[in-house]
Design a protein around this ligand. Structure first.
Ligand SMILES: [Zn+2]
Length: 202
C-alpha cells in the first residue's frame, strides 16, 4: 500500500509524536512503506507525521556527495554513510555538537516546491533506536545531520518554516498560505491532499 504524504494545512503535522514502544512487524512494515513513499517522490527524509501518524519515528536515505563527504560514527566506529542508508530512527534525540551553524536551502515533502534557508548546527549526535529497539548513537555532519534535524523537528510537530528567519519566511509566506488554503479546500471537498509525483528524469 502506498502511503499518502500529508500536506501543510493538515493538523497532524503540528502534533508531537508519541514515544515508539513496540518494535514489531508493524513498525518494520511502516518503515518499508515510508521509504517507498519517500523514494517515489525523490525525498531524502520522511517523518511519521508526514504519513499521518503522530509517533516518534522517521526514515532517511541521504546520498553521500563526492565533493562534500559526510563523516559518520556509529556506536563509536567510523562507518561509510552508504552502508548506513536507508536508516530508520525511532525516538531520536538530537544534541548539537560543537560546530558552526550554517544556512542551507531546505525543502519538505509536505510543502511541495517551497524552499527556504534554515540555519542549523553542522554536527550532531543523535541517540535513537533501530527497528529491533536496540539503542544507537550516531555522530554525523553535512546533509545527513541536516536531514535528521529536520525530521526530528517533525516528530515534535515543528516545521521548517518555523525555523526560518523572519526575512526568509517573508519571501515564501504567500506560497505557504496558498498551500494551506489549497489543502483545507481539498479536505473540505472530502478529498485527501496529495503530493504531486515528479516526472521521471529523462
Ligand atoms: Zn519535512
Amino acid at each position: 500500500m502506498t502511503l499518502r504524504i500529508t500536506q501543510y494545512g493538515e493538523s497532524v503535522l503540528h502534533q508531537k509524536g508519541k514515544t515508539v514502544q513496540s518494535f514489531d512487524n508493524e513498525l518494520t512494515q511502516l518503515s518499508k512503506d515510508m521509504l517507498e513513499a519517500m523514494h517515489q517522490v525523490q525525498g531524502i527524509g520522511l517523518a511519521a507525521q508526514q504519513v499521518g501518524k503522530a509517533i516518534r519515528f522517521c526514515v532517511v536515505d541521504v546520498p553521500d556527495h563526492p565533493d562534500y563527504p559526510m563523516a559518520c560514527i556509529v556506536d563509536g566506529k567510523p562507518l561509510s554513510p552508504s552502508l548506513l542508508m536507508p536508516m530508520s530512527l525511532a525516538n531520536p534525540e538530537v544534541t548539537a555538537l560543537p560546530s558552526d551553524e550554517y544556512y542551507y536551502e531546505e525543502g519538505c515533502l509536505s510543502f511541495p516546491e517551497i524552499r527556504g534557508d534554515v540555519a542549523r548546527p553542522e554536527r550532531i549526535l543523535v541517540r535513537y533506536q533501530d527497528l529491533d529497539g536496540a539503542q544507537h548513537e550516531l555522530e554525523c555532519d553535512g546533509l545527513l545531520a541536516r536531514c535528521i534535524q529536520h525530521e526530528a523537528d517533525h516528530l515534535d510537530g515543528i516545521l521548517f518554516t518555523e525555523r526560518m528567519e523572519k526575512e526568509v519566511y517573508a519571501e515564501i509566506k504567500s506560497e505557504v498560505k496558498a498551500l494551506k488554503k489549497k489543502t483545507l479546500h481539498t479536505l473540505k471537498e472530502g478529498k485527501l491532499p496529495q503530493v504531486p509525483i515528479p516526472e521521471p528524469e529523462e
